[in-house]
Every structure is written in structure tokens, then in C-alpha cells.
Design a protein around this ligand. Sequence first.
Ligand code: R1P
Ligand code: URA
Length: 230
Amino acid sequence: MTPHNNAAKGEIAKSVLMPGDPKRAKFIAESFLEDAKLVNDVRGALAYTGKYKGKEVSIMASGMGDGSMGIYSHELFKEYDVDRIIRVGSAGSISDDLKLGDVVAALSASTDSGYLNHYNFPGVFAPTASAKLIKALLKIDDTIVLGPIYSTPVFYCDDSYFEPCKKMGLLAVEMEAAALYANAAELGKDAITLLTISDIIGKEECLTAKEREETFTKMINTALELAISF
Ligand SMILES: O=P(O)(O)O[C@H]1O[C@H](CO)[C@@H](O)[C@H]1O
Ligand SMILES: O=c1cc[nH]c(=O)[nH]1
């Protein structure tokens, strides 16, 4: 147990899906897993362990932002011997080629966050998804959009803030992938982020509740197949 997680050692599977939203964690566990058991409820960061196609998988909420993801992913990797974390999140598109409901796998996560400072890395560390998980993902879905994204602790800002990101070819904006990738790199573990486009930055477009449910289902199915492919 940790100050933030009251699951006992052994109650969390080697593969963990992490949505930001605790209600999404509950929804995934109840709708996709068999025999799902609640193993953590500290601070409402709900975690469940159950079976998908007969294999053990856990789902745990990361909360929002790099600080929260930093704590939970560090503890899962270090204290619970988790091997891989698959983030299943929502994101705002900054690409002209993405539409609502599209699913993106984040190859890299550039960031404006100070979270990476504590590694004392000489220069700028480039947080990337694990090659192992990218290769496994492509065996499950070789049509998924792969590309670089942006992680920022800032949600409310002027849309123009993201113009340089768009210019550099980044596809979407979210808040946790960079911290997750950096923690995985530091601890010798594997991580990847799958994102469903929930809004288009600079436009008044966003998914309805029903559309969110249906399109998130596509991302969750892919993530679960990935989780059990090891
Ligand atoms: O849908 P989730 O996984 O929470 O992801 C995105 O949504 C939240 C902001 O609304 C941030 O956590 C961002 O990264
Ligand atoms: O972090 C996020 C998630 C969805 N949409 C955004 O604009 N930002």
C-alpha cells in the first residue's frame, strides 16, 4: 500500500489501462471486464482488477495532469510491479486531418511542464511511447493514427498557445502522456497513450455523450487487446 493506493500487493495486474476519469475507469471495468473487483478508492482514484478474455487486467484512474499521473504511474510501476501502462484518454485535436472520434496513438509527448525537471537530464528529454507497445499495437490495428502529441498542465489558455505545436506537426493536446512516458523510461517499464479526439481546438466542435461512449469503445477495445497481448 502507498499513501495514495490501498490495493494490496498482488491485487493489481501487470497490465494497467489508465483513463484520467475515475468514472471512465468504473465504466470500463463494469462493461468490459469479467469479475471486476474494486481494489483502490483512495481519493476517488478508482482501480479495478478483473479478467478480459480470461487474462488479468487492471483499470485505474490517473486523475488530471502530470502531477497526478506522475504519482499514480510511479507507484504502479515501482510499488506494484506493473510492467505496462496504457493510457486511454481524450484529447483536443490541433491537426487539420483529425475529426471527432478519431483515435490517435501518441508516439511522443512534447511538453511545457516542469515535471521533467526532477530527472536532472542534460538538455531536453524526449518522452516517447515504448517501442515494444507500438509494435504490439500495430499487430492489433495497423490503421491507427500514430504521431506526436503535446502534454500540458494547462487546460484553459488561448488557442494561439498551440500554434507552434501545430507548426511542428503535433496532432493533439492532452495533459498526462509526457509524465507517464518519462516515469516509464526512468523505471525501465513500458507505456503508451491512446487518445480519442473529443474536441477540435479553435472550433466549437465536441463529442456528444453518446458519441463519446461509442468512440471511446473503439479505443478501449484496442487497449484491452494490447494489454493481454503479453
Ligand atoms: O479524458 P482524460 O483521460 O481525463 O484526458 C484529458 O481530459 C482531461 C481534461 O479535460 C485531462 O486529463 C486530459 O488529458
Ligand atoms: O487536455 C485536453 C483534453 C481535451 N481537450 C483539450 O483541449 N485538452
